[in-house]
Design a protein. Structure first.
Length: 148
């Protein structure tokens, strides 16, 4: 089944992508929840026209994202966490804490656009986070976890 995504779906595609999925996944999950619509010939024409109209707006957004990425390129942040004497963190460091640390540096980044190298960070040390500013613009940010 061919569908047009109406919003970003993780591990499937970005908004306005034309993707192939299994029939049941499209009909029973994506379409009823409003994540996608069926890619009929008329929907494809409408979709193509909308993409043409949005092309120059996307280019502006992409250039802004590239400028932001160049500012964030050498950025290094520190995140404080309560730790034991052996260096283990009580709890874990997640994307919310990284987003707050970036906000303190002057970058208002949504936590959903931040990816950590592992699911949970449980020890003090230096790590890298991947920040997706645009579908084509990504930047790595170094962060260090220190004991409070």
């Amino acid at each position: 089944m061919e569908i047009i995504l109406l919003q970003d779906v993780q591990k499937l595609g970005q908004k306005d992508d034309l993707v192939h999925v299994k029939d049941g996944y499209g009909r029973n999950y994506l379409i009823p929840r409003g994540y996608a619509m069926a890619a009929t010939p008329s929907a494809k024409k409408t979709h193509a026209e909308n993409l043409k109209q949005r092309a120059h707006k996307e280019e502006k957004i992409k250039t802004v994202a590239q400028e932001l990425a160049s500012k964030m390129a050498g950025l290094s942040i520190t995140v404080g966490a309560k730790t034991s004497s052996s260096g283990k963190i009580f709890g874990s460091v997640n994307t919310i804490q990284i987003a707050e640390a970036l906000k303190e540096k002057g970058f208002d980044i949504d936590r959903k656009s931040i990816s950590l190298p592992v699911d949970q960070i449980k020890e003090i040390g230096k790590y890298k986070a991947l920040v997706r500013l645009h579908r084509e613009v990504k930047v790595e940010v170094d962060f260090e976890i220190v004991a409070e």
